[in-house]
Design a protein around this ligand. Structure first.
Ligand code: SF4
Length: 470
C-alpha cells in the first residue's frame, strides 16, 4: 500500500462530506462497540488485561531469545524460518519462495503485514496470480485493488448495496441482495482457486516459541483452505508477534476475539506446526515463516516500545470518535485509528505523517479498551512533543504554543490575557452570543459556531460569588 499519510487533511475532509460513508461507519458503534461491551462482561477484563500485558512485555523484553527459540523449534519440526529487515526484503523472500517452487497461483488470508509488503503487487509483477480469500479482502481486490480501511473489518466502509453492484458487475450474474446468497456466490468463485493454488500465504496472529507454531484466527475458515490445500504454506508476520508459550496464547485468545468483534471465540482458529508429516493425510509439503522487522526493532528499548504489545484487535479504532467519522482510508497507510497514528510515524517517518498524531481528541477511550493496556493517548502526546521539538509543526502553531507556554509560567500575565480575551470574545459573539469566525481558529468555526463567553473570567466569577456568599 502506497504511503499517502501526507494528504490526511484533504482525505479526511472528503470522507466527512461523503454521506454514504458516514452512514456505513455507524456500524462501528452499533455493532462492534456494543458487542465488545457485552463480551467482556463474561471475564474479569482488568485482571485478564493485566495478565496479557505482562505476558506480551515478557516476550518483547527478550524478543531475541524468543525469536531464536521459535526458529529452533519451527526448524526442528521441518519449517524454514526467514527474517526480513524491511518490508521490501520480505516481499522479495516470498517471491523467491514462489520462484523456487514454480508457483503460478497464490491464495491468501487477510494479513496487514502483507499490505505493508505490497505483496500482491510484487507477485503480480512476476506473473503470479494472488487471490484474496477473506471475503472482505476479496471484495476489495475485485474493486480495483482498493486498500482495506480497517484491520479486522477491511470493507466496513461499504454497504451491502455497493457490494451487490460490484458482485453483479464482476461475476456477470444476476444481482443478489441477500447476504447468504452473496456469500455463496463468492464461495463458488473462490472454490476453484483453493483447489488449484500452488501456494497459500497467511498472516500470523501469533507465533509460539515453545512449539514453533503459528496461530491464525479467522471467521470464515479460509485459513484452513489456504494452509491445507496448496503444496507450499508461507506465514508472514511481524517479529513482535512471538509469544513464549501456549499458555500465553490461551490468555491472548481470551481477549483478542472479544476486543475485536465481541465474540467469545472466533469461528475458526488454526494452530499450525510444521509441514505435512509422514503418514499425515493433509498439510503442505513445505512450510516457511517470513518474520518481518519493517521498523519494529526501532521501537525496542525506546519510549514507544509499549506499542509492540499491540495484538491488532482494532478496538481502539472502533471506539475512536475521529476514526468513527473519517474511516480508515483518510489515514493514508496500512494502520488507521489511534494505533496507526502511533505506528505509522514510527514505520514511515514522523515527517511523512505530520497530521496523524493530531488526529485524536485524546479522550482516552482507546486506552480504556485496549486489551494490552497501551497508553495510546500518552504516546500520541509524545509524538506531538517530538514534532514541536523538531520544529515540524506550522509556524503559527509553534508561535501560539510558545505564547501559551509563557503565559502558563507567568500567572499575572495569564490573568491579564484571559481577562482581555473573554471581553473581546464576548463582543465578537454579539447578540447571537456565538462566534462564527475566529482568527486562527478556522478549523473549528468552519463547521460550527463557538458559544461566546460571558465576558468575565472564571476567577472573576469565583471571586464575585465568594464575596456574595461571604
Ligand atoms: S492498540 Fe490496543 S486496541 Fe488498538 S489494535 Fe492494538 S491491541 Fe487493539
Amino acid at each position: 500500500m502506497q504511503v499517502q499519510t501526507m494528504h490526511f487533511k484533504a482525505r479526511a475532509g472528503s470522507k466527512l462530506a461523503d454521506e454514504r460513508l458516514q452512514q456505513n461507519l455507524t456500524k462501528l458503534s452499533t455493532k462492534f462497540v456494543s458487542a465488545r461491551a457485552s463480551a467482556i462482561t463474561a471475564i474479569d477484563f482488568e485482571a485478564t488485561r493485566a495478565a496479557l500485558k505482562e505476558r506480551r512485555d515478557r516476550a518483547i523484553e527478550n524478543l531475541d531469545v524468543w525469536l531464536e527459540t521459535f526458529e529452533r523449534e519451527a526448524t526442528r519440526r521441518g519449517a524454514t524460518v526467514l527474517y526480513a529487515e524491511s518490508t521490501q526484503d520480505a516481499a522479495r523472500l516470498v517471491a523467491d519462495i514462489a520462484r523456487k517452487h514454480v508457483v503460478k497461483k497464490v491464495i491468501k488470508t487477510k494479513s496487514m503485514v502483507s499490505e505493508e509488503m505490497q505483496l500482491n503487487r510484487v507477485l503480480g509483477e512476476m506473473g503470479v496470480q494472488s487471490i484474496e480469500t477473506d471475503l472482505g479482502e476479496y471484495i476489495l481486490q475485485i474493486n480495483d485493488n482498493e486498500p482495506p480501511s480497517h484491520i479486522i473489518a477491511p470493507v466496513v466502509h461499504k454497504d451491502k448495496e455497493q457490494i451487490a453492484d460490484l458482485f453483479a458487475k464482476t461475476h456477470g450474474k444476476p444481482r443478489l441482495t441477500e447476504i447468504p446468497d452473496m456469500t455463496r456466490e463468492a464461495r463458488q468463485v473462490l472454490r476453484p482457486h483453493f483447489m488449484s493454488a500452488d501456494m497459500g500465504v497467511t498472516g500470523g496472529n501469533f507465533v509460539i516459541a515453545e512449539t514453533g507454531s503459528v496461530a491464525v484466527v479467522t471467521n470464515e475458515g479460509n485459513e484452513g483452505m489456504c494452509t491445507v490445500m496448496p503444496r507450499v504454506h508461507v506465514a508472514v508476520t511481524g517479529i513482535e508477534k512471538v509469544l513464549p508459550t501456549l499458555e500465553d496464547l490461551a490468555t491472548a485468545m481470551r481477549l483478542l476475539p472479544r476486543s475485536a468483534t465481541g465474540q467469545t471465540m472466533s469461528n475458526y482458529f488454526s494452530l499450525l506446526t510444521g509441514p505435512r508429516g509422514e503418514g499425515e493425510l493433509d498439510g503442505p509439503e513445505h512450510m516457511y515463516f517470513v518474520l518481518v522487522d519493517g521498523g519494529r526493532t526501532g521501537l525496542v528499548g525506546g519510549e514507544f516500545q509499549e506499542m509492540l504489545r499491540c495484538i491488532r484487535c482494532g478496538a481502539c479504532m472502533n471506539h475512536c470518535p475521529v476514526y468513527q467519522k473519517i474511516g480508515g482510508h483518510a489515514y493514508g497507510w496500512v494502520y488507521p485509528g489511534p494505533m496507526g497514528s502511533v505506528l505509522t510515524p514510527a514505520y514511515v517517518g514522523i515527517d511523512r505523517a505530520l497530521d496523524l498524531p493530531q488526529a485524536a481528541t485524546l479522550c482516552g477511550e482507546c486506552n480504556s479498551v485496549c486489551p494490552v493496556g497501551i497508553p495510546l493517548s500518552d504516546l500520541l502526546r509524545k509524538l506531538r512533543e517530538k514534532q514541536v521539538e523538531r520544529r515540524l509543526r506550522p509556524r503559527n502553531e509553534r508561535v501560539a504554543l510558545a505564547v501559551w507556554g509563557f503565559l502558563a509560567l507567568h500567572p499575572d500575565w495569564y490573568a491579564l490575557f484571559t481577562k482581555l480575551s473573554v471581553r473581546v470574545l464576548e463582543r465578537m459573539g454579539g447578540s447571537k452570543k456565538a462566534i462564527s469566525r475566529l482568527p486562527l481558529g478556522g478549523g473549528w468555526t468552519n463547521t460550527r459556531d463557538i458559544p461566546a463567553p460571558v465576558g468575565r473570567t472564571f476567577r472573576e466569577l469565583y471571586k464575585a460569588h465568594r464575596s456574595h456568599i461571604g
